[in-house]
Design a protein around this ligand. Structure first.
Ligand code: ADP
Ligand code: MG
Length: 881
């Protein structure tokens, strides 16, 4: 190892571009690098090329080596005194950026750095070569780190943290960096905030809020970026407030007294400066992007989120790098010493690994290395200043510091623009825009509404005015014409009068003056005009008349229509009335016919009329007509029933008008005389209606005819059952006991007589007083009544006899039981043939059964037989008995 050999962390080839980039701004460096790249002479280890402004960095970034400067502290008082006889252990060649380390009296080791800062270097120069490029880079949107490494008391804090309040020339990197940052930002669009922390014993403490003494490091799982969300962040607006913050932080900083320096620190101090900048001009550029049809679309521009750059400057004032035993700290635990060394040794290991391109970098070994993840081997532009003292007493520490710096020079970072879309601000902007548009829209709408309202009001005024004027003009015109009209009438009248004067006088007058002619001419003109206006008026009136005529025509059509409807309704009503009239007259006619017929029958109730016993109108009508006509046109009653309907006829039975009720019951009675109708009448409820009439009516005719109708219906066997079921016998018996009219009694007797002919009803009929009612009716003595009574007894006897013969009846006849025998005997020789015939029949049936014989004999029937041939058959069984 030659004493003149130059030792360096990287190949010597890298020295030139590194030197070029060291003091240059990233832009300048970028330009230079582009040239260099074109020449193909250098590897990409310099600060450039940085991406041009406005161009998004590629995802993998741009290579940038960690830049390292070495700074030598001047001899302090102690050293001046103690080492007066010895030379410095280092020798600097700043112009060559070289440092020679005296190993012993005869051996020198040369090292090359990016910058070599002598003991006479001003704070300004140190800032410019070490930190300024990084600060500028941060202002362009890249992360940056400035870090001081060195033995305690070599000037790390002097370099970084001097506030320079008494002497501005003494201001350190932190203060100067902030001055540059604040000078460069736009307060309207950009912002700067800081956090100030201390890493001590592997605990992160907040120097702006010491209570916050164990802040967690949070790692973004997606990007791997680390952050300290628990740290206090203070926005910085001016230099003074920043210096105040540093002072506060410094006051909180854990300082440890060591033998080496009373102000040296055992903690790592970390200042984080967050810069947030809007990229000016980018959105305007985007606005001009052409739309589909080639026109620039302002909409697209307004929807494009603005671009912001969020970069971070980290300034790290490391704890002293000396070995703990040498620092001779008293009262410090081994734990503390270990912790201090842990972070530093981990940093050293990481830098070694990075320098050697080792696949594994033990970033996670300490909090310091985790926090500096982006600074070494990350995306930040990093500048390291290693501080050394001149004293040969600390040669070992100085050597290790130099070696650390040399290794750090080999570390390559991939700087990356921290640019992103600012969706939040776009959202805010759009919200504001929307608010503005809504307000504008409302303002315009209100303006339009007001305007419409104003125009409407104006128009209404105009219309009202015009209408008023029009009315006045019309009125004036009318009056004028009226006056002219009257005047012209007057003139004409005068003229007429003049014309009426004798011709002589006229001639005389005509001859009198020629002025008269002129006057007449004028009058004529006037008259013409009047005539014209009169014609106009007439035409007006004509128009009006036409209009009214049209209206009249419409009204007339309406009237005609209504009249037609009225006529139709009237004719319908008339028809209905006619129908009712016809029905009434038919009913009347029918009832008259019925009365007539009955009267005829009453006069000549001929013999041989055993069945039906009730003389129905129908049968009479039938009998009064020639036989050959029976198959001809229908009977009037049947026809009527067909026309009107049975139901309607039956409903008339309940009519309020007694007249109608009488006619109706007569028609029903006549219909009931026809066997074909009987069933229909009963089905339609006619039987029940007839019973109601019989029970409730006071009118004898109604009672008579109703009873007749019931008698007719009682001819049918089914109806007989129904009559019995509805209590018909009791009702008939009651009516029979009340009635005086022989014809009514005849009808009732006929009805009961019909029921007597039903074999099944014998016992019930007798039980309900049917036989007694029959016998009771003989009190009236009218032959018609007696004939029906006799028929009933004969019918009853016939049925009894049949039952006895069939063995269904034993014992004496019920007729005998009910006391019929004396009347039978009494009337056996009645002169009226129908009576006599029925009685003979009854006696015959009674005498056929032995049980009756005794009573018959006792009743004197034998005596009858002497003078009557008919009784002969009777006598034989009697005698046999
Ligand atoms: P460190 O932080 O590395 O422990 P300091 O910055 O506290 O060291 O410096 C130790 C002492 O040396 C301080 O008194 C400081 O003023 C002084 N000092 C350090 N560097 C220089 C320098 N370049 N010029 C003058 N004085 C310096
Ligand atoms: Mg210090």
């Amino acid at each position: 190892m030659a004493s003149s050999g130059v030792r360096n962390g990287g190949p010597r080839m890298s020295a030139k571009p590194d030197r070029q980039g060291a003091g240059a701004t990233p832009k300048a460096a970028a330009g230079k690098q582009r040239l260099s790249s074109a020449a193909g002479a250098y590897r990409r280890t310099s600060s450039g090329p940085l991406p041009a402004a406005g161009v998004r960095a590629s995802s993998d970034g741009v290579s940038s080596r960690v830049r390292v400067a070495v700074r030598l502290r001047p001899r302090n008082a102690e050293e001046l005194a103690a080492d007066a006889d010895f030379g410095d252990c280092v020798e600097l060649q700043p112009e060559l950026k070289r440092l020679k380390l005296r190993k012993n009296n005869w051996e020198l080791e040369t090292y090359e750095f990016d910058e070599v800062l002598t003991e006479f270097s001003s704070q300004k120069r140190v800032y410019e070569v070490v930190a300024k490029p990084v600060v500028e880079s941060v202002m362009e949107g890249y992360n940056g780190t400035v870090m001081a490494y060195g033995q305690t008391g070599t000037g790390k804090t002097f370099t970084l943290g001097r506030l320079g309040e008494e002497d501005t020339a003494a201001r350190g990197i932190m203060v100067r960096a902030m001055e540059d940052i604040l000078a460069d930002i736009s307060p309207e669009t950009d912002s700067v905030s800081v956090s100030y922390l201390q890493l001590y014993m592997e605990m992160i403490q907040d120097l702006l809020d010491p209570v916050n003494d164990n802040i967690a490091i949070v790692e973004d799982p997606r990007t791997g970026d680390v952050s300290l969300p628990g740290a206090t962040v203070v926005e910085v607006r001016d230099q003074k407030s920043f210096v105040d913050l540093l002072r506060v932080g410094e006051a909180h900083r854990v300082a440890a007294n060591t033998k080496l320096n009373t102000e040296s620190s055992r903690s790592h101090a970390i200042l984080m400066v967050n810069v947030r900048r809007s990229v000016k001009g980018r959105s305007e550029m985007d606005v001009s992007i052409s739309g589909e049809n080639g026109h620039s679309s302002s909409m697209m521009g307004s929807l494009r989120p603005p671009i912001i750059r969020k970069s971070k400057l980290v300034v790290v004032d490391l704890a002293g790098s000396e070995r703990i035993d040498k620092s001779g700290s008293e009262g410090h635990t081994l734990e503390e010493a270990k912790s201090i060394n842990l972070s530093l040794s981990a940093l050293g290991k990481c830098i070694n690994a990075l320098a050697e391109n080792s696949p594994h970098v033990p970033v996670r070994d300490s909090k310091l290395t985790r926090l500096l993840k982006d600074s070494f081997g990350g995306t930040a532009r990093t500048s390291l200043v290693v501080t050394i003292g001149p004293s040969p007493k600390h040669r070992g520490e100085t050597t290790s510091t130099i070696m650390f710096g040399q290794r750090a020079m080999k570390v390559e970072n991939m700087v990356k623009l921290k640019e992103e879309f600012d969706y939040k601000s776009l959202c805010r902007r759009l919200d504001i825009e929307l608010d503005k548009l809504i307000a504008e829209n409302e303002r315009q709408r209100k303006y339009f509404d007001d305007e419409v309202e104003r125009i409407r009001a104006e128009a209404q005024c105009h219309i009202a005015e015009a209408e008023r004027e029009c009315k006045i003009t019309l009125e004036n015109e009318k009056m004028k014409y009226h006056k002219e009209y009257l005047d012209s009438i007057k003139v004409l009248e005068e003229k007429w009068k003049t014309h009426q004067q004798p011709p002589k006088r006229q001639i005389k007058e005509a001859e009198s003056t020629s002025s008269d002619v002129g006057e007449a001419h004028n009058l004529l003109q006037n008259e013409k005009m009047l005539r014209q206006s009169a014609e106009d008026e007439a035409s007006d009136l004509k128009n009006q008349i036409t209009h009214w005529k049209k209206l009249e025509a419409t009204a007339t059509a309406e009237v005609v229509k209504l009249r037609k409807m009225l006529d139709t309704e009237a004719s319908q009503k008339e028809k209905l009335e006619e129908e009712i009239g016809v029905l009434r007259s038919q009913l009347l006619q029918m009832s008259m016919e019925a009365d007539e017929t009955r009267r005829t029958l009453d006069k000549g109730d001929g013999p041989g009329k055993i069945f039906p016993g009730l003389d129905s109108l129908a049968s009479q009508t039938r009998s009064s007509q020639p036989r050959e006509q029976s198959n001809g046109p229908k009977q009037p009653i049947a026809k009527l029933s067909e026309q009107v309907g049975l139901q309607k006829i039956l409903s008339l039975l309940e009519s309020e008008e007694p007249d109608v009720r009488v006619h109706a019951v007569k028609v029903v009675a006549n219909l009931a005389a026809e066997e074909a109708n009987q069933e229909k009448i009963v089905e339609a409820g006619g039987l029940t209606s007839l019973f109601v009439l019989l029970r409730s009516s006071e009118d004898e005719t109604i009672r008579r005819v109703a009873a007749g109708a019931i008698a007719n219906l009682a001819m049918n066997e089914t109806n007989q059952d129904l009559i019995m079921a509805q209590g018909g016998v009791t009702l008939l018996s009651m009516t029979a006991s009340d009635a005086e009219d022989p014809q009514t009694l005849r009808m009732i007797a006929g009805a009961i007589a019909n029921l007597c002919g039903n074999d099944k009803l014998q016992t019930r009929l007798r039980g309900e007083g049917g036989i007694k009612a029959l016998l009771g009716m003989v009190r009236c003595g009218h032959p018609d009544v007696l004939a029906q009574v006799a028929r009933g007894i004969a019918n009853f006897a016939k049925c009894e006899s049949r039952a006895a013969t069939q063995g269904n009846k034993v014992g004496k006849s019920l007729l005998i039981d009910d006391g019929a025998l004396p009347w039978i005997v009494k009337n056996a020789n009645n002169e009226a043939a129908p009576i006599r015939r029925h009685i003979e029949l009854a006696l015959c049936h009674l005498a056929q059964h032995e049980v009756n014989l005794k009573d018959i004999i006792r009743g004197g029937v034998i005596a009858l037989s002497a003078g009557n041939q008919v009784y002969l058959p009777l006598i034989y069984p009697v005698f046999a008995c």
